[in-house]
Design a protein around this ligand. Structure first.
Ligand code: ADP
Length: 216
Protein backbone atom coordinates (compact mmCIF):
# COMPACT_ATOMS: atom_id res chain seq x y z
CA UNK A 1 0.00 0.00 0.00
CA UNK A 2 1.38 3.41 -0.96
CA UNK A 3 1.47 6.24 1.50
CA UNK A 4 0.63 9.71 0.32
CA UNK A 5 3.18 11.23 2.71
CA UNK A 6 6.42 11.75 0.83
CA UNK A 7 9.90 11.08 2.12
CA UNK A 8 12.71 13.62 1.81
CA UNK A 9 14.06 12.31 -1.46
CA UNK A 10 10.61 12.14 -3.02
CA UNK A 11 10.03 15.76 -1.98
CA UNK A 12 13.32 16.71 -3.66
CA UNK A 13 12.28 14.93 -6.85
CA UNK A 14 8.93 16.74 -6.90
CA UNK A 15 10.74 20.08 -6.47
CA UNK A 16 13.14 19.31 -9.32
CA UNK A 17 10.33 18.26 -11.66
CA UNK A 18 8.29 21.31 -10.65
CA UNK A 19 11.20 23.59 -11.61
CA UNK A 20 12.62 21.76 -14.62
CA UNK A 21 9.92 19.49 -16.00
CA UNK A 22 9.64 17.90 -18.45
CA UNK A 23 12.79 16.19 -17.30
CA UNK A 24 14.06 12.63 -17.78
CA UNK A 25 14.78 10.19 -14.98
CA UNK A 26 18.43 10.29 -15.97
CA UNK A 27 18.56 14.07 -15.54
CA UNK A 28 16.81 13.93 -12.16
CA UNK A 29 19.31 11.29 -11.03
CA UNK A 30 22.18 13.50 -12.12
CA UNK A 31 20.89 16.47 -10.16
CA UNK A 32 20.65 14.36 -7.02
CA UNK A 33 23.99 12.62 -7.68
CA UNK A 34 22.26 9.25 -7.57
CA UNK A 35 21.92 6.44 -10.06
CA UNK A 36 18.82 6.04 -12.20
CA UNK A 37 18.25 2.63 -10.58
CA UNK A 38 18.23 4.13 -7.09
CA UNK A 39 15.59 6.63 -8.12
CA UNK A 40 13.33 4.18 -9.94
CA UNK A 41 11.18 3.15 -6.95
CA UNK A 42 10.65 6.78 -5.90
CA UNK A 43 9.64 7.77 -9.42
CA UNK A 44 7.25 4.86 -9.58
CA UNK A 45 5.64 5.88 -6.28
CA UNK A 46 5.32 9.53 -7.29
CA UNK A 47 3.76 8.58 -10.61
CA UNK A 48 1.37 6.07 -9.08
CA UNK A 49 0.32 8.48 -6.35
CA UNK A 50 -0.44 11.09 -9.02
CA UNK A 51 2.15 13.75 -8.14
CA UNK A 52 4.04 13.20 -11.39
CA UNK A 53 3.06 12.21 -14.89
CA UNK A 54 5.48 10.28 -17.10
CA UNK A 55 5.50 10.50 -20.88
CA UNK A 56 7.68 8.20 -22.97
CA UNK A 57 10.66 9.90 -24.57
CA UNK A 58 9.74 13.27 -22.99
CA UNK A 59 10.12 12.75 -19.28
CA UNK A 60 8.38 13.60 -16.04
CA UNK A 61 5.87 16.41 -15.53
CA UNK A 62 4.51 17.85 -12.32
CA UNK A 63 0.72 17.35 -12.26
CA UNK A 64 0.19 20.36 -10.02
CA UNK A 65 -1.92 18.42 -7.58
CA UNK A 66 -1.36 18.77 -3.85
CA UNK A 67 -1.45 15.83 -1.44
CA UNK A 68 -4.87 17.00 -0.21
CA UNK A 69 -6.28 17.16 -3.75
CA UNK A 70 -4.97 13.69 -4.57
CA UNK A 71 -6.42 12.32 -1.33
CA UNK A 72 -9.80 13.85 -2.09
CA UNK A 73 -9.71 12.29 -5.56
CA UNK A 74 -8.90 8.89 -4.08
CA UNK A 75 -11.54 9.03 -1.35
CA UNK A 76 -14.05 10.02 -4.03
CA UNK A 77 -13.23 6.82 -5.94
CA UNK A 78 -13.65 4.36 -3.05
CA UNK A 79 -16.53 1.97 -3.57
CA UNK A 80 -18.81 -0.07 -1.33
CA UNK A 81 -17.05 -3.34 -2.20
CA UNK A 82 -13.77 -1.99 -0.76
CA UNK A 83 -15.31 -1.61 2.71
CA UNK A 84 -18.50 -3.69 2.99
CA UNK A 85 -18.99 -6.26 5.77
CA UNK A 86 -20.65 -9.66 5.79
CA UNK A 87 -24.45 -9.37 6.07
CA UNK A 88 -26.26 -10.83 9.05
CA UNK A 89 -29.71 -12.05 8.06
CA UNK A 90 -32.76 -13.62 9.66
CA UNK A 91 -35.64 -15.32 7.95
CA UNK A 92 -39.02 -13.62 7.59
CA UNK A 93 -40.56 -16.33 9.72
CA UNK A 94 -38.08 -15.87 12.59
CA UNK A 95 -39.53 -14.52 15.84
CA UNK A 96 -38.64 -11.19 17.40
CA UNK A 97 -36.99 -13.20 20.19
CA UNK A 98 -34.78 -15.03 17.63
CA UNK A 99 -33.82 -11.72 16.03
CA UNK A 100 -32.78 -10.23 19.39
CA UNK A 101 -30.61 -13.31 20.06
CA UNK A 102 -29.04 -13.04 16.59
CA UNK A 103 -28.32 -9.34 17.07
CA UNK A 104 -26.46 -10.07 20.31
CA UNK A 105 -24.67 -13.19 19.10
CA UNK A 106 -23.52 -11.62 15.84
CA UNK A 107 -22.74 -8.29 17.49
CA UNK A 108 -24.41 -6.09 14.87
CA UNK A 109 -26.87 -3.23 15.10
CA UNK A 110 -28.88 -3.91 11.96
CA UNK A 111 -30.30 -7.20 10.72
CA UNK A 112 -31.62 -7.89 7.25
CA UNK A 113 -34.71 -9.99 6.83
CA UNK A 114 -34.71 -12.38 3.88
CA UNK A 115 -37.38 -14.54 2.35
CA UNK A 116 -36.93 -17.93 0.74
CA UNK A 117 -33.26 -17.82 -0.07
CA UNK A 118 -31.29 -14.63 0.37
CA UNK A 119 -33.72 -12.12 -1.13
CA UNK A 120 -34.27 -8.90 0.76
CA UNK A 121 -37.62 -8.53 2.50
CA UNK A 122 -36.94 -6.13 5.37
CA UNK A 123 -34.62 -4.41 7.82
CA UNK A 124 -34.56 -4.59 11.63
CA UNK A 125 -32.78 -1.98 13.71
CA UNK A 126 -32.05 -2.07 17.43
CA UNK A 127 -34.90 0.32 18.10
CA UNK A 128 -37.37 -1.78 16.06
CA UNK A 129 -36.64 -4.69 18.40
CA UNK A 130 -36.73 -2.55 21.53
CA UNK A 131 -40.08 -1.11 20.50
CA UNK A 132 -41.50 -4.59 19.98
CA UNK A 133 -40.22 -5.59 23.41
CA UNK A 134 -42.00 -2.76 25.20
CA UNK A 135 -45.40 -4.39 25.06
CA UNK A 136 -46.39 -7.39 27.07
CA UNK A 137 -46.55 -9.72 24.06
CA UNK A 138 -44.77 -13.02 23.90
CA UNK A 139 -41.71 -12.19 21.77
CA UNK A 140 -41.37 -15.79 20.66
CA UNK A 141 -44.74 -15.68 18.98
CA UNK A 142 -44.33 -12.43 17.02
CA UNK A 143 -42.71 -12.92 13.60
CA UNK A 144 -40.19 -10.24 12.57
CA UNK A 145 -42.19 -9.64 9.40
CA UNK A 146 -44.76 -7.74 11.49
CA UNK A 147 -42.33 -5.21 12.92
CA UNK A 148 -39.61 -4.86 10.25
CA UNK A 149 -39.27 -1.96 7.84
CA UNK A 150 -40.25 -3.67 4.63
CA UNK A 151 -39.68 -3.51 0.92
CA UNK A 152 -40.02 -1.32 -1.09
CA UNK A 153 -39.16 1.22 1.63
CA UNK A 154 -35.61 0.01 2.09
CA UNK A 155 -32.59 2.03 1.15
CA UNK A 156 -30.01 -0.24 -0.47
CA UNK A 157 -26.68 0.10 -2.21
CA UNK A 158 -24.66 -1.93 -4.68
CA UNK A 159 -21.01 -3.06 -4.52
CA UNK A 160 -19.98 -0.61 -7.24
CA UNK A 161 -21.61 2.44 -5.61
CA UNK A 162 -19.34 5.21 -4.40
CA UNK A 163 -18.76 5.13 -0.66
CA UNK A 164 -19.11 8.89 -0.44
CA UNK A 165 -22.63 8.71 -1.95
CA UNK A 166 -23.60 5.96 0.50
CA UNK A 167 -22.24 7.98 3.45
CA UNK A 168 -24.32 10.94 2.28
CA UNK A 169 -27.43 8.74 2.10
CA UNK A 170 -26.83 7.32 5.60
CA UNK A 171 -26.78 10.88 6.90
CA UNK A 172 -29.76 12.17 4.94
CA UNK A 173 -31.96 9.13 5.70
CA UNK A 174 -30.79 9.01 9.33
CA UNK A 175 -30.11 5.28 9.27
CA UNK A 176 -27.17 3.31 10.63
CA UNK A 177 -26.64 1.03 7.68
CA UNK A 178 -27.98 -0.51 4.52
CA UNK A 179 -27.89 -3.83 2.74
CA UNK A 180 -25.52 -4.25 -0.19
CA UNK A 181 -27.51 -5.96 -2.90
CA UNK A 182 -27.19 -7.55 -6.32
CA UNK A 183 -30.22 -7.12 -8.54
CA UNK A 184 -31.30 -10.41 -10.07
CA UNK A 185 -34.33 -11.85 -11.74
CA UNK A 186 -36.05 -15.05 -10.68
CA UNK A 187 -38.83 -16.41 -12.90
CA UNK A 188 -39.26 -12.98 -14.45
CA UNK A 189 -39.52 -11.30 -11.06
CA UNK A 190 -36.99 -8.69 -9.90
CA UNK A 191 -35.22 -9.71 -6.69
CA UNK A 192 -32.56 -8.19 -4.50
CA UNK A 193 -29.96 -10.65 -3.31
CA UNK A 194 -28.30 -9.52 -0.07
CA UNK A 195 -24.52 -9.73 -0.54
CA UNK A 196 -23.20 -7.37 2.12
CA UNK A 197 -23.73 -4.81 4.84
CA UNK A 198 -22.56 -1.21 4.80
CA UNK A 199 -22.81 0.71 8.06
CA UNK A 200 -21.48 3.83 9.72
CA UNK A 201 -18.72 1.64 11.16
CA UNK A 202 -17.42 0.95 7.65
CA UNK A 203 -17.40 4.68 6.96
CA UNK A 204 -15.49 5.26 10.21
CA UNK A 205 -12.86 2.82 8.94
CA UNK A 206 -12.30 5.04 5.89
CA UNK A 207 -11.67 7.96 8.24
CA UNK A 208 -9.05 5.95 10.16
CA UNK A 209 -7.44 4.70 6.94
CA UNK A 210 -7.09 8.28 5.72
CA UNK A 211 -5.32 9.25 8.95
CA UNK A 212 -3.02 6.22 8.67
CA UNK A 213 -2.17 6.88 5.02
CA UNK A 214 -3.77 3.64 3.97
CA UNK A 215 -5.82 4.96 1.08
CA UNK A 216 -4.15 3.62 -2.07
P1 ADP B 1 -32.09 2.67 15.32
O1 ADP B 1 -33.55 2.87 15.08
O2 ADP B 1 -31.82 1.45 16.12
O3 ADP B 1 -31.40 3.88 15.87
P2 ADP B 1 -31.61 3.13 12.48
O4 ADP B 1 -31.47 4.62 12.66
O5 ADP B 1 -30.72 2.46 11.51
O6 ADP B 1 -31.42 2.38 13.87
O7 ADP B 1 -33.11 2.80 12.05
C1 ADP B 1 -34.18 3.72 12.14
C2 ADP B 1 -35.39 3.14 11.42
O8 ADP B 1 -35.13 3.04 10.04
C3 ADP B 1 -35.79 1.74 11.88
O9 ADP B 1 -37.19 1.64 11.96
C4 ADP B 1 -35.23 0.81 10.80
O10 ADP B 1 -36.05 -0.33 10.57
C5 ADP B 1 -35.24 1.71 9.59
N1 ADP B 1 -34.09 1.42 8.71
C6 ADP B 1 -32.83 1.07 9.07
N2 ADP B 1 -32.06 0.86 7.99
C7 ADP B 1 -32.84 1.09 6.92
C8 ADP B 1 -32.64 1.04 5.50
N3 ADP B 1 -31.46 0.73 4.96
N4 ADP B 1 -33.69 1.34 4.70
C9 ADP B 1 -34.87 1.68 5.23
N5 ADP B 1 -35.14 1.73 6.53
C10 ADP B 1 -34.14 1.45 7.38
Amino acid sequence: MRTIELNKRQEQIVEIVKDRGPITGEQIAEKLSLTRATLRPDLAILTMAGFLDARPRVGYFYTGKTGAQLLTEKVGKLTVKDYQSIPVVVSESASVYDAICTMFLEDVGTLFVVNGSSYLAGVLSRKDLLRASMGKQDLESIPVSIIMTRMPNITTCQPTDLLLDVAQTLISKQIDGMPVINNTEVDGEAKMEVVGRLTKTNITKVFVDIANNKIV
